[in-house]
Write a protein that binds this ligand. Sequence first.
Ligand SMILES: Nc1ncnc2c1ncn2[C@@H]1O[C@H](COP(=O)(O)OP(=O)(O)OP(=O)(O)O)[C@@H](O)[C@H]1O
Ligand SMILES: [Mg+2]
Length: 459
Amino acid sequence: MAKQRSRYVCRECGHESLAWSGQCPGCSEWNTLEEVVVTATTAAAAGRSPRRRAAAAPRSVPLRDVEAPAEERLATGIGELDRVLGGGLVPGSLVLLGGSPGIGKSTITAMALGNLAAAGRTVLYVTGEESAAQVRMRAERLGDSALAVPALAETDLGAVVAAIEAERPAVCVVDSVQTLHSGELSSAPGSVAQVREAANGLMEVGKRNGTALILVGHVTKEGAVAGPRVLEHLVDCVLLFEGERERSYRTLRALKNRFGATSELGVFEMREAGLVEVEDPSARFVGEATAAAGSVVLCAMEGTRPLLVEVQALVAPTDVVPPRRVATGIDRNRLAMILAVLSRHGGVAVGNADVFVNVAGGVRIDEPGADLPVALAIASAARGAAVKEATAAFGEIGLTGRLRAATQAERRLEECAKFGLRQVVAPAGTPSGKLSMLEAETLGRAIRAGLDVDGSEGR
Ligand SMILES: Nc1ncnc2c1ncn2[C@@H]1O[C@H](COP(=O)(O)OP(=O)(O)OP(=O)(O)O)[C@@H](O)[C@H]1O
Ligand SMILES: [Mg+2]
């Protein structure tokens, strides 16, 4: 007879324990353990019984004898999405697409399926969140090809798996994985156990039929894809769709990709007719840049592509203790480090001031080359002196106040020259291009070189 046991699985990190506790032993989060009922027969059926394992010992095969069909990637017809995926969808792969509410996850997946259908691929759109009628309303905005996509409004995992088995689509979107539930589990949809069961079930049917699956997932307030992190381990590719809802720019990046680089960035703009690719984001962002104090053009490398964006800083005196440090588009800890180096080695003390840093356009830059421009923007704001005209910056800041060369300097310089910038503040030793270089060994010197004043603080 099937014996029932309870396990407690952490919603955040997937840690399993036999007893409930308020704090997860795995990730130290509070109140994240959820009960999961496991029947002894399911464990045995899953091959966990030692006797069964011994009886059917599988043979290993040398890799050169493994059959690997030359796989053709499936182009979604959205250039930026294909690039982030590493050249299109891999047949049979499992992609997790996360993003905050209303950012455009359903829109981009519906557009991709429409393009694939128009290219003669079989596709399926499973909607658990919206009714088929609501999906149709969106598709009407997106055009004819999106209207040709077959949709299934279903939240039962078994039914979705059966539909994929029957239709064997080349690409299937499940919007969202958190709405699916399996009748075999007692927990509510969206719980760790349900999300994991759904992902496992879908992965299995996807691999069996060669169906590439895109699972849409919500993200938590902290920006992680909601549900257990186990899901991120399970899938081949994790894409994150970001941006500020009130701004029209959206960025898409891969956090994990088994079939390509993770540093690629896709930039989109949300319009009435759907998401439009911004093929030349540097032109947009530089065009929108202001020449006031506190503004610096940053030249970042996003994967293989250089990107020019404006960094803005505001330094305002305050009586609040501790003063506020608000970072939008860059990491908060990185900002704390830059502020510490600025006060210790750059002669810019902001201990009694609130500091706000914002990367314009809603883009997030996760690259050490952004250190110097951020520091320059703060120094410029603190001194009330604008950065020299038509000047960009890039470079990493070390804890000693020395600057370190950033990667792919030539590509960055080419991009700066292309968009009419005339000079660049960069670490000493950066190969020079067509532009005039304001090279500096230390942060203090870079500030002196970059700002439009005579300063004596640099060391
Ligand atoms: N007519 C329109 N013109 C321009 N933009 C629109 C229009 N209708 C909707 N949008 C944009 O589309 C967004 C919603 O897109 P979508 O439904 O794809 O988001 P989602 O990420 O799937 O959201 P959810 O998490 O709720 O499923 C809205 O936030 C809005 O910015
Ligand atoms: Mg949606």
